[in-house]
Design a protein around this ligand. Sequence first.
Ligand SMILES: NC(=O)N[C@H]1NC(=O)NC1=O
Length: 176
Amino acid sequence: MQAMDIEKVNSMDFGEFVDVFGNVIERCPLIAAAVWSQRPFSNLEDLEKHFFAFIDALPQSGQEGILRCHPDLAGRELQRGTLTAESQREQRSAGLTSLGADERLRLAELNAQYRARFGFPFVLAALLSDPAAVRRELARRLHRPPAQELRTALGEVKKIGHLRLADLLGAHSAGL
Ligand SMILES: NC(=O)N[C@H]1NC(=O)NC1=O
C-alpha cells in the first residue's frame, strides 16, 4: 500500500475506507465503518482520535469483545497461517514466527492461564517487541487486578492501531 495523505482519506467512499482501514483495530471493521461517518478528518491524529473514542465509548462487554477478536501471540493461528496480514507482520517482527517448540509451549501455557483468569486473550503491541519481553509482560500482567488489566490491554489495542494507521499513512510513528 502506498503512503497517502489526509485529502485522499477524506475523499474515500465507504467501501474503499473500510477496505483500507477495516483492520486498524484487529478484525473489527465495524469501527472503521462507524468512523467513516465522521469525516472529514484534519490529519492522521484526528482520524486516530475517532477510532479511540469509539473504543472508549463502548460498554465493558464491547471492549472485551474487541480484545477477543485478537489472535494469541505465537498461537494456533500463527501455526496454521490464518493470521491477518497485519498481525502476521507484527508477530514476525517480534520474532514470534521463529520460536523453538519449548518457547512456543511456554507462551501457550501463559496465554491459557491469562485467558482463564481474565476471559480475553493477552494483547500486546508486538511490532517493537521480542520473545523475552512478551513472556515477561505476560507473566507480570497475569497477576494484576482485572479492571486495571482491561485498561492496560485496551491501551495495547490503541498502540497497535496507532502503528497500523501510521504505516498506512506513511507517517513515522515518532512524528505523530
Ligand atoms: N494477542 C495480541 O496481542 N495480538 C496482536 N498483537 C499485535 O501486535 N498484533 C496482534 O495481532
